[in-house]
Design a protein around this ligand. Structure first.
Ligand code: KIV
Ligand code: ZN
Length: 509
């Protein structure tokens, strides 16, 4: 199966996104992650643009092994020298030189004739070739260029040694059928076209960057320039994750491979979003928060019966643990009872019906229903969890010169009293260890949070915890003006729940 080269330009075109700016260390962190993702080429920056850009490209070239490291240069000797100075340290360096070929750019921006630009392009490639065999040439604004002139420039660039020819849709103007037509035309009319790899670089001004990149692949293009999360100038570039997952999901159609380690996509997306400060929209394809979330009852029911009813790829493929069923007013009984089971409740048919009505009432008032809401519905509306253990006594000593120690007295439901003591890393740790000793049930504390219920120094402290008992995650909560009493009771609340859930399970078995 043939392969398409994934050329990532997150650190160059992506960094040109309005609002995104990365420092050298951040660029290096992203480059390391791109190498782990196994992109083929990292365009690390535009070395002549600033000293900071130069240093970042140089450091990436020195430190990153695996992918080709490319530096961008206009078609001038000064730019090319500077790009080479930065990328020369790479195991596999590339100089990427470009000049515009559309009449609009020639007339208003470059103020040059077609002949002058043709000559400049040829000279730039020839000059870059002195430094490295790997030279890429881009005909900026190719899709608004005269086709035959573009063929002339491409022929000349290949003649002078360009090994990759990039055809950018610089302003995101083309539609997929035009992309196919232009690429077909180039393959037809450029006599030496098979001496170079043909690439596209599509911008997303009309929301067509990915569609255009895929169309180009169908016409024989074998390098796609793209960015993580679709970052880039204006509306951005083709999103790497969308291109790659399209190729994988529709392998039946494209019959093409990439080297991308797709399980690293999510992590890379989050890292880039975090470091650039550019938040990924919720409903963005592949990496948006909603990309694997189902809310409609019919969808949730189908999904629970067979995932492929509503999912064309698995979340695991991009490194997500699982799909998310969002409980809301559109959800049905199936998803509702499944979620209850997941958080440790199994209800009989009558209880389920009652709980479902309460859930629908709440969902009418609240967009998304979380596990804590479900817990309240069940514990306050359906069952009162029987309290196997209650706190009878607690004494804690802690401070900067003492070992935190807790003495706890618990009363069991049959009236029997238990007393024990323990020490720990802090008063909560000591108390929880002590409760474990008495009950013989040991939980792993996953999270602990405390909030004051009202303002003022005398406010109630509400403790909310998540505890893992043998694979079951159970929440516990309690409030008290004394936060240590609230902490102990929250843990007992979780222990009582796990005892109750297990008793119900045993009865059923
Ligand atoms: O959009 C564009 O044309 C570019 C080139 C420099 C490749 O970013
Ligand atoms: Zn661009």
């Amino acid at each position: 199966m043939s392969q398409v080269i994934i050329f990532d330009t997150t650190l160059r075109d992506g960094e040109q996104s309005p609002g995104a700016s990365l420092n050298k260390d951040e660029k290096l962190i992203i480059a390391e992650q791109l190498a782990r993702l196994q992109v083929d080429v990292i365009e690390a920056g535009f070395p002549i643009a600033s000293e900071g850009d130069f240093q970042a490209v140089k450091e990436i070239a020195q430190k990153i092994s695996g992918p080709i490291i490319a530096g961008l240069a206009r078609a001038t000797t000064k730019d090319i020298d500077r790009a080479w100075e930065a990328v020369k340290y790479a195991q596999k360096p590339r100089i990427h030189t470009f000049i515009a070929t559309s009449d609009i750019h020639l007339k208003y921006k470059l103020k040059k004739s077609r002949e002058q630009v043709l000559q400049q392009a040829a000279e730039a490639v020839q000059y870059a070739k002195k430094y490295t065999p790997d030279v890429e040439f881009s005909a900026e604004d190719a899709f608004r260029s005269d086709r035959d002139y573009l063929c002339q420039v491409v022929t000349e660039a290949i003649e002078k040694g360009a090994t990759t020819i990039n055809i950018p849709d610089t302003v995101g103007y083309a539609i997929p059928s035009e992309v196919r037509a232009l690429i077909d035309y180039l393959f037809d009319k450029v006599p030496n076209i098979t001496d170079a790899r043909i690439s596209v670089h599509c911008h997303n001004d009309l929301g067509l960057a990915v569609a255009n990149s895929l169309a180009a692949i169908q016409s024989g293009v074998r390098q796609i320039e793209c960015t993580i999360n679709g970052l880039g100038e204006r509306a951005g570039n083709a999103a790497l994750e969308e291109v790659v997952m399209s190729l994988i999901t529709r392998k039946d159609l494209f019959k093409i491979d990439t080297k991308i380690q797709t399980q690293k996509i999510m992590k890379t997306s989050r890292m880039v979003s975090h470091l650039t400060g550019l938040v990924v929209q919720r409903n963005k394809a592949i990496v948006g928060e909603n990309a694997f979330a189902h809310e409609a009852g019919i969808h949730q029911d189908g999904f629970l019966k067979e995932k492929t009813t509503y999912e064309i790829m698995t979340p695991e493929t991009i490194g997500l643990k699982e799909s998310k069923l969002v409980l809301g007013k559109h959800s049905g009984r199936h998803a509702f009872s499944d979620r209850l089971k997941d958080i440790g409740y199994s209800l009989d048919a009558e209880e389920l019906e009652k709980a479902f009505t309460k859930f629908k009432d709440l969902a009418d008032k609240k967009k998304e229903i979380f596990d804590e809401d479900l817990q309240l519905i069940i514990e306050e509306g359906i069952h009162q969890i029987p309290e196997e253990y209650t706190l009878d006594y607690i004494q804690i000593s802690s401070g900067d010169k003492t070992i935190p120690t807790s003495t706890v007295g618990l009363r069991r439901v049959d009236g029997q009293m238990f007393l024990d003591a323990s020490y720990g890393d802090g008063p909560v740790d000591a108390t929880y260890k002590c409760i474990d000793q008495i009950t013989g049930i040991s939980g792993k504390l996953l999270s602990y949070s405390i909030q004051s219920a009202t303002g003022g120094k005398d406010a109630l402290g509400s403790v909310y915890i998540q505890v893992k008992f043998d694979g079951q995650i159970i929440t516990g909560r309690s409030s008290s003006p004394d936060i240590m009493i609230a902490s102990a009771n929250a843990y007992l609340n979780a222990i009582n729940k796990v005892i109750y859930v297990n008793q119900k399970k045993n009865k059923k078995d």
